[in-house]
Design a protein around this ligand. Structure first.
Ligand SMILES: [Zn+2]
Length: 689
């Protein structure tokens, strides 16, 4: 009898596999929850969904592994059942950690995805074979099946304990952050001890133990049924009630990452071919002096979505999420009855940044699809990524946005679409690649060298022309997709009546000032951005010379929609008077740009066609006359003391006013606004930190 109880009953394979999957999933969950993160707190529904999903996939994997090892056991007679269980767990433990390590490399970058996917499969196969082989050899050596043995009761208790532990960590992170830690954990351990004793007693009897395990099975896996009962059709008829109440029914904001103003035909006759964006410009007010609040994505996009300066919204370093009190354009439009949605591609802007505030749908392509269902660093996430993901690109994004437009054309909506191209890596599809044979041959090999961002890979004029040609290929590609998107608006009959705003978060330096890429200076190749605004109704194109900031986009949209701005919000004035009349009644205000990264913390101000730049760390100052020296070659700090002093004073005044606005909006940064490690990693993968 004693000998019999020491072998694992093969009739209960699913139960063993299930319990093992709970233990491993809990380890994954602990990994997720114990990372010092401050992303959006995971709701209980999301938590249980992710747990159940990961658990179910683990269960399948365990059953497969079991079959595999059992085959070796029976067919080769090398190992007994207890050993098989031991090696199965060993294999999965090794496998999980391997996946987590690989995940760090996977987190954002897609360019090496195929390479890592391959490598990972080899690793998995290797671990699998190693486990099977070791179990065979050790089985032969020991001729016994009891080097390691868990009783069914003990294993059940272990699984429940692991599950309880991950649940407790979730509670602690989400619900009881500020409570006394010792009290919480003391209470938890006491409760767990009681449950363990109860299970020990209940598990005495084999049929009772089976019932217990079945109950656990049902408890964990039922959340997988949630989607069947939740409503799939998110847009409700509620929005239709507002159908005729808005002066502007459809607002479309398109932001293109890393797009230089002079890369577009409508701004520069020598630029590459961008017929679709030019066509949009033909019916829009095209601003020639539009400036972004920062030379890189995170601060700039946040300024577009909030109307606030980087020093007010505080998203300047890539390690911070949007503080609670910062009002957003989307939230204001949503409360005015617009259905709000966003589609985008750029790992930096995922919902963990809280830039999704006010958006009813935040479709961050393609990552959200995965993270909505899985632990972020979990095994499933990576498996699904390997088997389910295509390289995300502008075409995929456009597919999603156009599908959405078809469904929502009848509603009043605000739609934001963010294109990632022409950001690095420059890898346009074949038909948009440079036509020059020499460049075609070289492909985009320069990107894979470490010096790509620092610009050290392209030193000769020919190499620089090659990189520029690749960039222009990306611009042509994104132009073609903008064309498809505009066509979809026409097809559903809302192009005419829509308010369409098109801009870029920043430009790109292609050795204009001896550097490459973006984020590092405040020269015009980085902060002078395209800005096209198409009002509802037919309009002839116009060119607007007044200098405006991308912070003014939000107040302009709100004003055009008849939504009153709360006082003292720190937004610049709306530029709507210029839209119908380029020389309309509009008083230019100084434009600030800053929050640069890499070398110095630069801050700058543009006033009366002058630009003053100062390095916070170095103290270096520059002054350019943008009218006479548009390429910003000659600094006038010694020749023009009057404007130098004016620039200094304007910056001082801006800092004081930013601090005042922050205070009046009660914007404070605390620990919970710090981003999750994974988001920071994704910025690192992009090369920003
Ligand atoms: Zn960007």
């Amino acid at each position: 009898m004693a000998v019999k109880s020491h072998s694992i009953s093969t009739q209960r394979v699913p139960a063993w596999c299930f319990l093992a999957s709970i233990i491993i999933t809990s380890m994954e969950g602990l990994g997720y929850f114990t990372l010092p993160h401050a992303g959006a707190p995971l709701s209980f529904t999301d938590f249980s969904m992710r747990l159940a999903n990961t658990c179910a996939l683990m269960l399948i994997a365990f059953l497969v592994t079991w079959c595999f090892l059992w085959f070796f056991m029976v067919w080769l007679g090398g190992v007994r059942r207890g050993m098989a269980l031991f090696f199965m767990i060993l294999f999965f433990t090794v496998f999980c950690y391997l996946v987590i390590v690989l995940d760090m490399l996977f987190a954002y970058t897609t360019k090496f995805e195929a390479y890592w996917a391959l490598l990972m499969r080899y690793f998995a196969l290797f671990a699998f074979l190693l486990a099977a082989l070791s179990s065979l050899i050790l089985g032969k050596v020991f001729h016994r099946d009891r080097p390691l043995y868990f009783s069914p009761r003990l294993f059940t208790i272990l699984a429940v304990g692991a599950l309880g532990f991950v649940f407790a960590v979730w509670l602690r992170n989400v619900r009881f952050q500020d409570k006394n830690g010792a009290l919480f954990w003391g209470g938890f351990i006491a409760a767990l001890t009681v449950v363990a004793l109860l299970l020990w007693w209940l598990g005495k009897n084999h049929s009772r133990l089976a019932i217990l395990q079945l109950a656990l099975f049902v408890l964990i896996l039922t959340p997988l049924l949630f989607p069947l009962f939740s409503k799939q059709s998110a847009p409700s008829s509620n929005a239709a009630a507002h159908a005729t109440s808005h002066p502007i029914r459809h607002i479309v904001l398109i932001t293109v990452d890393t797009l230089r103003q002079d890369a577009l035909g409508c701004y520069n006759s020598a630029a590459t071919n961008t017929p679709h964006i030019d066509q949009l410009a033909g019916g829009s007010a095209a601003f020639t002096n539009a400036f972004s609040s920062s030379p890189w994505t995170y601060p700039s996009v946040t300024s577009i979505l909030t109307g606030l300066a980087p020093q007010v919204h505080t998203l300047v370093d890539g390690k911070t999420a949007l503080p609670e009190k910062v009002p957003t354009l989307a939230a204001m439009l949503e409360s005015a009855g617009y259905y709000t949605a966003a589609f985008g591609l750029n790992g930096m802007l995922k919902s963990q940044t809280r830039l999704d505030r006010g958006f009813k749908e935040y479709n961050w392509y393609p990552a959200e699809v995965l993270s909505a269902r899985n632990f972020e660093i979990g095994l499933t996430h990576n498996l699904m990524k390997l088997f389910g993901s295509r390289k995300p690109n502008a075409a995929g994004l456009t597919d999603q946005a156009t599908e959405w437009i078809k469904k929502h054309a009848q509603q009043d909506f605000f739609l934001w679409v963010h294109y990632f191209e022409p950001h690095m890596p420059y890898a346009p599809p074949a038909q948009f690649q440079p036509i020059e044979p020499a460049f075609r041959e070289k492909g985009n090999a320069f990107m894979h060298t470490r010096g790509a961002r620092m610009g050290s890979v392209a030193r000769t004029a020919e190499e620089r022309a090659w990189v520029r040609a690749l960039y222009e290929g990306e611009v042509r590609y994104v132009d073609s997709q903008i064309g498809r998107f505009m066509e979809s608006l026409r097809q559903v009959g809302i192009y005419e009546d829509a308010l369409i705003l098109f801009t870029a978060d920043h430009g790109e330096e292609l050795w204009d000032h001896d550097h490459f890429e973006h984020g590092h200076t405040l020269f015009n190749e980085l902060i002078q951005v395209p800005l096209l605004v198409k009002l509802p109704g037919t309009q002839t194109g116009s060119s607007v010379e007044a200098a405006v900031s991308n912070q003014a986009i939000a107040p302009t949209i709100l004003e055009l929609c008849g939504i009153a701005l709360p006082a003292d919000q720190g937004m610049p004035p709306s530029f709507s008077p210029l839209l119908q009349n380029p020389s309309g009644d509009y008083m230019e205000v100084p434009i600030f740009s800053g929050a640069s990264i890499f070398h110095d913390q630069l801050e700058g101000v543009i006033f009366d066609r002058m630009k003053y730049i100062r390095g916070k760390l170095s103290g270096h100052e520059f002054l350019f006359n943008l009218q006479e020296d548009p390429e910003e070659r000659t600094s006038l700090t010694t020749q023009d003391p009057v404007n130098l002093e004016r620039g200094r004073q304007l910056l001082e005044a801006a800092q004081a006013s930013d601090a005042r606005v922050r205070e009046s909006l009660d914007i404070q940064q605390d620990e919970k606004d710090r981003l999750h490690h994974e988001e920071i990693r994704s910025l690192e993968a992009l090369g920003y930190l």
